[in-house]
Design a protein around this ligand. Structure first.
Ligand code: G6P
Length: 611
């Protein structure tokens, strides 16, 4: 949610910042802005994409070796030039960029108005920058102290980078709840919401923690807590290559990420599933495994696609490990006084590792004494640092806003966990364990087979690109896959779509079916196959259009469905990893054919760091 970039050093700041903003655009893209400092401080802001800002700046003065930039996902105030960041204080002494929400901004604003401050935007951020200036002038303190004091008065979340006109040789950065990474170059520093804008300049980084404040000059950095205790920065090396965050010849990140899945799942397996030793090992869970094995209940929390992965996890863990599982939207869980016992194990799933609701749910579970495990993709993000233990998905950077490879990586981790726990608890016999491992290792090759037939899915997409509604049906392991398929279509093509457990169709959605309604049915050969065949017949009896995802060689459904998309045969429990692929492709092609911006769908952001 909002992308932040800062630079201080000897180079021109503008190209570094504008390229960094392009890398961070997946976090928000309704307006962008930049502030550059040389002899004077110049602030440029524009509604729209980073490219609109770039065109606007073609004939402007973009000199300066210090600068900050921001790409916004609006919370307070509509997207327009004025509400775009950076925001400057009334007397022009401070300029800042902000990610997060200042929850008590109206109270602070009233107080500042009583003291003569006026505001030009509708943002909470403008309140913060004026509060800093007010304290700076009133208290005759340094910029650093003014920032620290102002931030102690703020309720909410922030990742901020601040420039002060009187102290033009420094950037001040602080975080609470919204991520910030500092890149350490040779005589230069970079700041960003995540490592993607930093990687082409340096691999040495410091992940700021909540309540940290950094004062950065081109050749020095001081890190403190907001209560003024000096900290020793922990420098880490990024394990990320530049080609991982580029499109690599694909038209969109989403398509690249869909096609990457055979490899990304192998990366999730790497070092964890061994065919030779016939063994699953999850190093991140090693110490806590006894507690998981003893757990009376597992609660899974997440949002969006990660919540869907959690639902697949429920089926997997109950099937293999025989531990009761509850899956909760993090946003509901945190606000409904849930019953959490000390011997519960909570699994928090998040691609970004930064989702505000998931972080709050983790804190709540920890406060109740439960052990919390993270399943995250972004290394070094907030959730892995807030949990007791965890497993990284290692799917590589996911830039497309609609999550694809992160979902299959999350499900892969949950599958490994479920089998591992089941085996340790004695529910899986040794010979079955070996077969499961062999089947799991085959999954990437089977996904390759599906991807090779993507043209068929593109052809089907062309037929239904103008539909107004879609229904997705699945049972058992495939009910969450149906939800995920519907979500993908909604997110990027703006077609209304609903996912339903196939048997529930009779209790409502069947009323929607007519000859214009495409119904995607996941109908692979598993224990509810006969039932889903009946569901397809119910749809056909009402003239609905059936697009069925079937097991390779299925002739029964071929005879009754309008279209079939085949996936290779595999263990039912692993088939979500296969059946979701055609649904990802279907939504992708439909969105492209409708002319939608697939990687940056309207109103959405990749990482939701606000409530
Ligand atoms: C946003 C993204 C979704 C994602 C969800 C949860 O809504 O657009 O793709 O599934 O957040 O994000 P997380 O990073 O916690 O998985």
């Amino acid at each position: 949610m909002c992308g932040i970039v800062g630079y201080i050093g000897n180079k021109d700041a503008y190209p570094i910042i504008i390229n960094g903003l392009k890398r961070l655009e997946y976090r928000g893209y309704d307006s962008a802005g930049i502030a550059l400092l040389s002899k004077d401080l110049r602030v440029y802001k524009k509604k729209g994409k980073v490219s609109d800002l770039e065109s606007f700046l073609e004939d402007k003065d973009i000199s300066g070796n210090i600068g900050i930039g921001h790409t916004r996902w609006a919370t307070h105030g509509e997207p327009n030039d004025i509400n775009a960041h950076p925001h400057s204080s009334m007397n022009g002494l401070f300029t800042l960029i902000h990610n997060g929400i200042i929850e008590n901004y109206s109270r602070l604003k009233r107080r500042l108005e009583d003291r003569g401050y006026t505001f030009i935007s509708q943002t909470d951020t403008e309140v913060l920058v004026n509060l800093i200036e007010y304290i700076y002038i009133k208290g005759s303190v340094s910029a650093e102290i003014a920032v620290r004091l102002a931030l102690t008065k703020v309720v909410g979340a922030f990742g901020v980078v601040i420039m002060c006109k009187d102290e033009p040789d420094k950037l001040i950065a602080a975080r609470k709840g919204s991520p910030l990474v500092i890149g350490i170059g040779d005589g230069e520093y970079l700041l960003a919401s995540d490592a993607t804008p930093i990687i082409e300049h340096t691999k040495s980084v410091i992940y700021m923690n909540d309540n940290d404040i950094a004062v950065i000059q081109k050749d020095s950095l001081s890190l403190k807590t907001l209560s003024n205790e000096l900290l020793t920065p922990k420098i880490q090396q990024l394990d990320l290559e530049i080609d991982e965050i580029e499109k690599g010849g694909y038209e969109h990140y989403m398509l690249k990420e869909i096609f990457e899945q055979p490899r990304s799942i192998q990366d999730t397996f790497r070092g964890r599933v061994s065919l030779e030793r016939k063994e699953i090992t999850l190093g991140g869970l090693y110490e806590v495994l006894p507690k998981i094995i003893e757990a009376k209940r597992i609660i899974i929390v997440g949002c969006g696609t990660s919540w869907h992965a959690g639902l697949v996890g429920e089926y997997l863990i109950e099937e293999f490990a025989r531990i009761p599982v509850e899956v909760e939207y993090a946003s509901e869980f945190r606000y409904r006084n849930p019953i959490i016992y000390k011997d519960d194990v909570v699994i928090a799933i998040s691609q970004s590792g930064e989702t505000a609701d998931t972080l709050a749910a983790i804190q709540m579970a920890k406060d109740c004494g439960a052990m919390v495990i993270g399943i995250c993709n972004v290394v070094g993000s907030s959730i892995p640092r807030a949990t007791h233990a965890g497993v990284y998905t290692h799917a590589g950077p996911e830039i497309g806003v609609a999550s694809t490879k992160a979902f299959t990586a999350q499900v892969t981790v949950l599958t490994m966990m479920a089998i591992l726990i089941g085996q340790k608890k004695g529910f899986i016999k040794d010979e079955d364990y070996n077969v499961l491992i062999e089947d799991l290792i085959d999954i990437p090759t089977k996904i390759e087979y599906i991807l090779k037939n993507s043209e068929l899915i593109e052809d089907i997409s062309a037929l239904y690109k103008n539909a107004n509604n879609f229904l997705y049906l699945g049972r058992g392991f495939f009910f969450p896959v149906a939800l995920e398929g519907a979500l993908k279509l909604k997110e990027i093509s703006y077609i209304h779509a609903e996912g339903y457990p196939a048997a529930e169709m009779k209790h409502g959605p069947i009323a929607l079916i007519d000859e214009k309604m495409p119904i995607v049915v996941i109908a692979t050969q598993d224990k509810t196959y006969e039932k889903i065949v009946s569901n397809i017949q119910e749809v056909k009896a009402r003239k609905g259009i059936v697009i069925a995802i079937v097991t390779e060689g299925d002739t029964t459904i071929r005879d009754m469905a309008d279209h079939v998309i085949e996936v290779p045969n595999c263990n039912e429990a692993f088939a979500p990893l296969l059946t979701v692929i055609p649904l990802q492709l279907l939504s992708y092609y439909i969105a492209v054919l409708r002319g939608c911006n697939v990687d940056q769908p309207r109103n959405l952001a990749k990482s939701v760091t606000v409530e």
